[in-house]
Design a protein around this ligand. Structure first.
Ligand code: KG4
Ligand code: ZN
Length: 338
């Protein structure tokens, strides 16, 4: 239809290869190949991730175009994740996007992965209410934990961040201590539902302002396990569900304390969550329960919480409107400023 923009989004910042087709703000397809290879190593192995991206990128993009029911020539622009992330992984998506843009003679758009997690809230979806500006967003993923003041699609300010581990890392490292495979977040979430969250008490950080810290919690969990296993080698197995529930409760409390503080300090009561950890069922419940305090909360659909190309395509749409295109000299960046 005339006037509508079709954008191909490509995401390859970590271990998911994803491609999506967006028509204006509507997702026509969002295809992701996950890499199960990392489970056995207890974390993402960068070189294996890069190799899998190389294997997956063409089939994933082909499949996204096919599912969307469009032809490749209808694509108006190509948006890709420039960073932050694993350099070798990013380079695969960036190089592919550059080559495709060159061959189709279409504009190329570089997207910031963390901003994209936030902008996923603007995907048109079943009349889901979208936040209006300004709003606060708690972005919680495997590599980041931030409170962002979002004044427009392009004006975002980080007002709080972790000084050590990210919330996703806290989940994954705790899971590793319990002998669970990577990524541990979803498993802790699953087992927490079967346990008593008040059974174990772990220390919570005392950090000023809106910053977070999770390293003390990690040590506290490690010491509890070490001390108990001395007396009972079966301690972890016998207490797996209660440990998961107690760990999850502590992480969610740390996150909620700071977002409550941010609401008080900024006076902004529209609050969104984004990033992989926003898939966590207790975090979703904790945020939703704040509606009774006059907050307006925004919780992404599960498929748009963890890494996906739909969020890259929607960010690309905003940048397309502003004609913020990049040239063939663009390069992927493991670290990328806001
Ligand atoms: O955003 P994401 O997919 O990738 C990064 O950009 O890092 O986030 C991945 C993180 C992992 O640490 C994973 O354990 C965590 O999100 N995660 C969860 C859940 N689902 C994914 N953590 C807690 N509960 C979940 N249900
Ligand atoms: Zn992410």
């Amino acid at each position: 239809m005339a006037g509508q923009t079709i954008i191909l989004g490509i995401e390859s910042s970590c271990d998911d290869t994803s491609a999506a087709i967006l028509r204006d703000f509507e997702i026509l397809s969002n295809v992701t190949a996950n890499q199960s290879i990392h489970e056995q190593y207890g974390g993402v192995v960068p070189e294996l991730a890069s190799r899998s991206h190389q294997e997956n990128i063409v089939p994933v993009v082909e499949s996204a175009i096919k599912k969307a029911g469009i032809s490749i020539s209808e694509i108006d622009a190509i948006a890709f994740t420039q960073g932050p992330g694993l350099l070798g992984s990013l380079v695969v998506g960036a190089s592919f996007a550059k080559a495709l843009a060159l061959s189709l003679n279409k504009p190329l758009i570089a997207v910031h992965h963390m901003k994209a997690h936030i902008l996923a809230h603007f995907i048109d979806d079943d009349n889901k209410q979208k936040p209006s500006f300004p709003f606060l967003c708690l972005t919680v993923s495997g590599g980041h934990t931030q409170i962002v003041k979002v004044e427009s699609a392009s004006k975002m300010t980080v007002i709080g961040k972790t000084i050590d581990d990210a919330a996703g890392e806290a989940f994954d490292k705790s899971a590793k201590m319990l002998g669970l495979p990577y990524p541990g977040g979803p498993l802790i979430d699953k087992y927490a539902k079967l346990g008593d969250a008040t059974k174990f008490k772990f220390s919570k950080p005392r950090i000023d302002g809106l910053d977070f810290s999770f390293s003390g919690l990690k040590t506290s969990i490690l010491y509890t396990i070490r001390d108990q296993v001395k007396f009972n080698p079966e301690f972890i197995e016998e207490n797996k569900f209660d440990l998961c529930a107690s760990i999850q409760r502590t992480i969610i409390q740390i996150l909620m304390d700071k977002i409550e503080k941010a609401v008080k300090e900024t006076g902004i009561k529209q609050v969104a969550i984004a990033g992989g950890v926003s898939a966590n069922s207790d975090l979703r419940k904790a945020l939703e329960s704040k509606n009774k305090n006059g907050w307006e909360t925004y919780i992404p659909k599960l498929e748009y919480c963890t890494d996906n190309a739909a969020m890259i395509a929607v960010s690309g749409k905003f940048l397309f409107e502003e004609k913020q295109f990049v040239n063939q000299m663009i390069s992927a960046k493991a670290r990328l400023d806001w």
